[in-house]
Design a protein around this ligand. Structure first.
Ligand code: FES
Length: 182
């Protein structure tokens, strides 16, 4: 009886050591599958690891002399995004709200609402930040007052250097990437 049905009777078996052509093809197929599996997994692993080691693109940026922000006022200021390219035009200018508390103390808020990102406006008379999109409101210290926002305004780190107010800015904060834990 012929032990290998693929080998015609009387012909020598081409597969020594008990390996058949079918086994060989099976191993090649399994190898390709394993390789494809590794290649498909690599981008996913890279994505997960990169989100851990990616540093936020922040820089210290001057908002101008401290004297521009008198005590007791909340004023709109603007800085140029350091990640901007020349063709970005006005979209590279990032506005923020500066609240001057006196004695060199400030709060600097990102302009985007923490709900869906619309720019909030400051209303001096009610001393509230209001969002025009869905009626979100924030107290003057940036904490949430009413409406859909899930938290208070994002607050920039800042310092005073050579008489200038300097913020750590460079990207639009979101719930996933807040500027701080405030
Ligand atoms: Fe501000 Fe919705 S975006 S309340």
């Amino acid at each position: 009886m012929n032990p290998n049905p693929e080998t015609p009777p009387g012909q020598p078996c081409p597969c020594a050591n008990g390996k058949t052509r079918r086994n060989f093809l099976f191993l090649v197929g399994a190898g390709f599958n394993a390789l494809a599996g590794v290649l498909l997994t690599l981008p996913l692993v890279g994505y997960v690891l990169s989100s851990r080691r990616r540093k936020l693109p922040t820089q210290w940026i001057s908002l101008g002399p401290v004297a521009k922000f008198p005590t007791g006022t909340t004023r709109l200021a603007e800085y140029r995004n350091p990640m901007t390219r020349p063709w970005d035009g006005k979209t590279g200018d990032i506005p923020c709200w500066v609240r001057s508390l006196g004695s060199g103390k400030f709060q600097i808020f990102a302009i985007n609402c923490t709900h869906l990102g619309c720019p909030v406006r400051w209303f001096e008379q009610s001393r509230l930040f209001m969002c025009p999109c869905h009626g979100g409101a924030y107290y003057e210290d940036g904490s949430r007052a009413a409406g859909p926002p899930p938290r208070g305004l994002f607050e920039y780190e800042h310092k005073i250097e050579n008489g200038e107010l300097v913020v750590k800015g460079g990207f639009i904060p979101t719930l996933a990437r807040p500027l701080s834990t405030v």
